[in-house]
Design a protein around this ligand. Structure first.
Ligand code: ACO
Length: 316
């Protein structure tokens, strides 16, 4: 017993920031950003918090699944840009949607949605839950150094959610970690007069090119690995939903597998990298557009801070 996906949801803050908007206060250009990343615009919060976005995505997914908050047995939540270190952001969602079940946060950078699904599969396997809500919400605008053109242009805000029920749709998964801080958001280091040094500023710090190489290698390896766990071939897969960090990373994987042009889902042009919210947002877009049918096989694959990566195969 693992789970099946009963419904999906998302919330995207309405404020759009184009590359030209950024170039008004940063030394960058639409041409550079489109050519080097594939991003044309991203959505950013103005008054919405991370939990606000999560609540809207959760309500949306509950409605889509026909599940009432009172039926939930557990809420899991991933974020690298939460409103709080404690309480867990999941606890605040629990209260605001009117659920009464346990709730907690799972932290694992950009691939956290997939680490969360793997935790969820464990709860179902142990027979501890019948219905679960899994949410990823990211207010990356809060943790960016807006003076750093290397990072500020590539991220965006948003939230996605899925409601899970008992089933056998989660066919296989692979999780990978190689501990490193080459992508990091340090916590605020406090004001202790006793520390002899202080950590870096609490913004995203990323060694772009090292991350790029890690990303391409993991995307290709992880997709191959999960596929080899099943009796499926690439021709059996309806969509591969890769983490949206850079269109060149997706293109590199696409070339490596020599797949049909539209097999890898792409929406980075509209959202940038929304960290762990990326995959559930994409899943909801495909679901609501009627582009996933019962029985379709999907590969979800993500990489990022950790360094970590994860992939899984799901039968819809
Ligand atoms: N506008 C204009 N010029 C820029 C910008 C910008 N926004 N950013 C960098 N440049 C400049 C650099 O200063 C450099 O100039 P120089 O040659 O004069 O020194 C030049 O462009 C090339 O810089 P690179 O860093 O080599 O650019 P690159 O092609 O590697 O692109 C990028 C940078 C987009 C960050 C890329 O490395 C990348 O996508 N890396 C992977 C990111 C990723 O996968 N993240 C995933 C997870 S994130 C998470 O987990 C939180």
């Amino acid at each position: 017993m693992s789970f099946k996906i009963l419904g999906t949801g998302r919330f995207i803050p309405p404020k759009i920031v184009t590359n030209d908007d950024l170039s008004k206060f940063m030394d960058t250009s639409d041409e550079w950003i489109v050519e080097r990343t594939g991003i044309r615009e991203r959505h950013v919060c103005t008054e919405e918090t991370t939990v606000d976005m999560a609540v809207e995505a959760a309500k949306n997914a509950l409605e889509n699944s026909g599940v009432d908050p009172s039926e939930l047995d557990m809420i899991l939540f991933t974020t690298s840009s939460g409103d709080y270190t404690t309480p867990a952001n999941a606890c605040l969602v629990q209260a605001r949607i009117g659920a009464t079940c346990p709730a907690m946060d799972v932290v694992s950078g950009c691939p956290a949605f997939l680490f969360m699904l793997d935790c969820a599969a464990g709860y179902f396997a142990r027979g501890r839950v019948k219905k679960m809500l899994c949410i990823s919400a990211e207010r990356m605008s809060r943790v960016l150094d807006w003076d750093d053109r290397n990072t500020a242009v590539i991220f965006g805000d948003g939230a996605g959610a899925v409601v899970l029920g008992e089933g056998d749709s989660y066919l296989t998964s692979r999780l990978y970690v190689r501990g490193s801080t080459i992508i990091q958001i340090p916590n605020y280091d406090g004001k202790s007069p006793f520390y002899t040094s202080h950590a870096e500023t609490p913004w995203v710090h990323m060694k772009g090119q090292e991350t790029f190489k890690f990303a391409v290698t993991r995307l290709v390896t992880d997709i191959k690995d999960v596929l080899s766990d099943t009796s499926l071939s690439m021709d059996d897969i309806r969509h591969i939903i890769p983490h949206q960090a850079n269109l060149r990373i997706i293109d590199a994987a696409r070339k490596r597998f020599k797949t049909r042009e539209d097999l890898f889902y792409v929406n980075i042009d509209r959202y940038g990298n929304t960290s762990s919210a990326t995959i559930p947002i994409a899943l909801d877009e495909l679901n609501r557009a009627g582009k996933i049918e019962k029985g379709d096989y999907l590969i979800l694959s993500a990489f990022g801070a950790g360094l970590s990566s994860a992939s899984c195969v799901i039968r819809w």
